[in-house]
Design a protein around this ligand. Structure first.
Ligand SMILES: O=C(O)/C=C(\CC(=O)C(=O)O)C(=O)O
Length: 313
């Protein structure tokens, strides 16, 4: 059940879709939703003063109910910018998950070694550096590099979120990162451009030249220009994004992750039915082997390496 938050949502905010359909696509056993968030609830875990948007609440119980409805086994909960560097909501969700959720945190350079260790003990395995200007204020690169060096010692990775036009400027910084680097949402390609054009070619080159770079092939609902929307039983939504995601999956099958991005912050146009998002997976990963890598082997190697024979290096 949704309840009204004690915070006032940003104007035009769209709440997540209630009652998602059961996917027609059967996920492989042990599948991981490797990109999702929790928001608050604001009454318990207030949103950060420096936030750029105020969301609806989206609790751990609601996330875990979605996991069951869609048929996933585990979640990777990524700290959203509306909580700043206050990781309590994400940590609480990981700790309440019975080992079924791991986390990606946001930290500042003032974080202590004890705090990092406590995050690790709660299930955090990465930090997120966000370069999307509408979401965060600028953080100096030297501060990020310092954090990167410290989390590398814990065996964590770094998740980066940026927009495709900014990749040239960020290339050298990303190349200097000493960990696995996971790119959110394929670096947000402009899918109205040619898939074989220079912009997406640069992203594929970036992955080719950096064997430590992985990509989430997520967020078609955010990237799509022409739709159709994942609503009303549409089995092949966001057709313009599918070739881009499929190209990444087929080119780098051992370095891709998939996530719902529930509760889909900042979508302005519509809220997708998450069951229909799952039904897109066989279009971007067309074989059972690719699906198993994308949904099970890769996220397990990165987030639960102790349960696999070959943790990601
Ligand atoms: O959910 C996402 O990955 C994308 C977001 C939100 C976000 O990254 C955040 O608030 O931390 C977006 O594009 O607004």
């Amino acid at each position: 059940m949704k309840q009204e938050s004690i915070f006032t949502k940003s104007p035009g905010w769209l709440d997540w879709y209630t009652g998602p359909s059961k996917p027609a696509f059967t996920l492989p056993a042990g599948a991981v939703d490797a990109h999702c968030h929790v928001f608050g609830p604001g009454a318990e875990f207030p949103y950060a003063a420096e936030r750029k948007y105020t969301p609806c609440d989206a609790s751990k119980a609601q996330l875990f109910a979605l996991r069951e409805q869609l048929g996933f086994s585990r979640n990777v909960i990524v700290q959203a910018t509306c909580h700043g560097a206050d990781n309590r909501a994400m940590v609480d969700a990981c700790q309440s998950s019975g080992g079924k959720a791991r986390g990606v945190a946001t930290v500042r350079r003032t974080v202590s070694d004890e705090e990092l260790q406590a995050l690790h003990d709660a299930g955090v395995r990465g930090v997120r550096f966000n370069f999307v200007k509408r979401l965060v204020d600028f953080t100096p690169r030297e501060e990020l590099l310092e954090i990167a060096g410290r989390v590398a010692k814990l065996g964590w990775h770094i998740v980066v979120y940026f927009e495709s036009q900014d990749l040239p400027e960020l290339w050298d910084f990303f190349s200097a990162l000493p960990t696995i680097v996971v790119v959110d949402h394929m670096g947000r390609p402009d899918v109205s451009k040619d898939i074989d054009g220079p912009e997406f070619a640069l992203f594929l080159k970036f992955m080719r030249e950096h064997p430590n770079v992985w990509s989430k092939v997520s967020c078609p609902e955010r990237l799509s220009v022409s739709g159709p929307k994942a609503l009303d039983g549409e089995r092949m939504a966001y057709r313009d994004v599918i070739p881009f995601a499929r190209r990444v999956v087929e080119s780098f099958p051992d370095r891709v992750l998939w996530g719902t991005d529930w509760p889909h912050p900042n979508l302005k146009d519509h809220m997708p039915d998450d069951g229909l998002l799952v039904d897109l997976i066989p279009h971007i990963a067309p074989t059972a082997e690719l699906q198993h890598k994308l949904l099970v082997d890769n996220p397990m190697r990165l987030y639960w390496p102790e349960e696999t024979s070959n943790g990601a290096r």
